[in-house]
Structures are given as structure tokens and as C-alpha cells.
Write a protein that binds this ligand. Structure first.
Ligand code: PGA
Length: 249
């Protein structure tokens, strides 16, 4: 399973150090990292601190520009990320789409970073109006967010994050997640994450849903204890899923 923490525009280099002072001390079972993946997406100015202090998990960038380097003021390119040891990028978060990133640019980011050997976590998700219009509308919207995306790119992960569930305290229901992930599975064989108001109370149920391979967590992962609790609850879903798969045979 994959557990990813998106810190958004939170945490400073010193608070990141304090975060990992605590997170590093949590005991993970032997073999945990053979079976599960933990990724942190700190803001750019805290990437260095995270790379220095995180003893567990991988560090990714919340955004990046699809060029090696050059005259792109305010952007961060491949060379800078690679030389810092960052190998994962988040692309297409709804908060970046809302700032004006086009589907064309996002498709280019996915392609360029995947070709450069990065793991790409590509976010998709509908707003409340689309969700209220029914599953057909949701499917049409998600299909549009795959425009230009080669869904068989190496090391691609898809994160389904309904915009209405992000930061709202109300996650999508298990049924909504199941239906939507079944549709996404028909578009790609990439691992599928769910994100949107995930917390320690709902992590286990959400990860028990078919075709949910991991979680992308915002607010509830801002404290080390919060994220650790989610991971602990989430791994319990594994047994539930294995039982479900056995029962279906
Ligand atoms: P949230 O954010 O967990 O605070 O809803 C998730 C995200 O935006 O990735």
C-alpha cells in the first residue's frame, strides 16, 4: 500500500525537522517497507530539510516544471530535483489546476517527468456540481483529465481526489470510491490512490475498497502522529481485502 502526505503550503524547514524527529522514532514492522511505500510532499523550501532529516519514506515535489533547466522564472526543473535526490513529483493537484494549469501542461509534465525517470503521481477529481450530476458526468470529467496522458507511462500513480472532499472533513463514501476507482481501473492499470479528508477513522474502510492501492493525505498528515495513525489503520485493511478476495473466488 502507498501512504502519501501532501503538506501543501505548510511546514517550514524547522517544523519539518521537528516533524521527522518524531516520525523517525515510530517503529515500523520488519518488512514494512518491502510491502508499503511512504512518500512526503513538503513545500519546496522545506524539501532540503525533509531530505536531510527523514529516515523513513521518500521525498517528493508538489509541483515541477517540465524542463531540464533554463529561463523559467520561479519554476523548479529536472536538474534541480534530480541533483537534490527527489525522484517523485505530484502533478495536477486540483489546487494547481485552480491556479490555471491546463490539461495540456499537465499532460506534458507527466510525460517529461516519467521519461526522465521520475515517479509521477497524477491527480484527478471532479467538483461537487459534476458529482451531483451523477456517475456518467463524473466519468466524462475524469476521462477529460486523462486527455493527452499516456496511462501506461512507467511509474505512474493516479490519485483520485474529489474536489468537494478535499479539506472539507467529509470524504467520499466507500461506494462512491468503489464506483469511481472501478472506472479509473478501466482507464489504467496504474496504482490508484484515494485522497480527500482521509483520517485515522476512515483510512481502514477506504483502503478496504477494491482498487484502492493507497492514500493521499493532506490535513490529517500535517502532524507526525496523525499520519502515523492513518498508516497503522490503513495496513489493517490488508487482511480485510485478502479475505474479500478469497471470498470472491
Ligand atoms: P485533505 O487534502 O486530506 O486535507 O482533504 C488532500 C489533498 O488535497 O491531497
Amino acid at each position: 500500500m502507498k501512504f502519501m502526505a501532501n503538506f501543501k503550503c505548510n511546514h517550514t524547514p524547522s517544523s519539518i525537522k521537528a516533524y521527522f524527529d518524531i516520525f523517525n522514532a515510530y517503529a515500523f514492522d520488519a518488512g514494512f517497507f518491502d510491502k508499503h511505500e511512504i512518500v512526503f510532499f513538503p513545500p519546496f523550501l522545506s524539501l532540503g530539510a525533509a531530505l536531510d532529516f527523514a529516515k523513513v519514506g521518500k521525498i517528493g515535489a508538489q509541483n515541477a516544471y517540465p524542463a531540464q533547466k533554463g529561463a523559467f522564472t520561479g519554476e523548479v526543473g529536472i536538474e534541480a530535483l534530480e541533483s537534490s535526490g527527489v525522484g517523485i513529483v505530484l502533478v495536477g493537484h486540483s489546487e494547481r489546476r485552480a491556479l490555471g494549469e491546463s490539461q495540456k501542461l499537465l499532460a506534458r509534465k507527466c510525460e517529461v517527468f516519467a521519461q526522465a525517470g521520475f515517479s509521477v503521481v497524477y491527480c484527478v477529481g471532479e467538483n461537487l456540481a459534476v458529482r451531483k450530476s451523477g456517475m456518467r458526468a463524473v466519468e466524462a470529467h475524469l476521462r477529460e483529465q486523462f486527455a493527452g496522458i499516456d496511462s501506461s507511462l512507467p511509474n505512474l500513480t493516479i490519485a483520485y481526489e474529489p474536489i468537494w472532499a478535499i479539506g472539507s472533513g467529509v470524504s467520499a463514501s466507500a461506494q462512491e470510491i468503489e464506483q469511481t476507482h472501478a472506472f479509473l481501473r478501466s482507464l489504467t492499470s496504474a496504482p490508484l490512490l484515494y485522497g480527500g479528508s482521509v483520517n485515522a477513522k476512515n483510512a481502514r474502510e477506504i483502503l478496504s475498497v477494491k482498487n484502492v492501492d493507497g492514500l493521499l493525505v493532506g490535513s490529517a498528515a500535517l502532524t507526525p502522529q496523525g499520519f502515523y495513525d492513518i498508516i497503522q489503520e490503513g495496513v489493517k485493511a490488508e487482511g480485510i481485502k485478502a479475505e474479500g478476495a478469497k471470498a470472491q473466488k
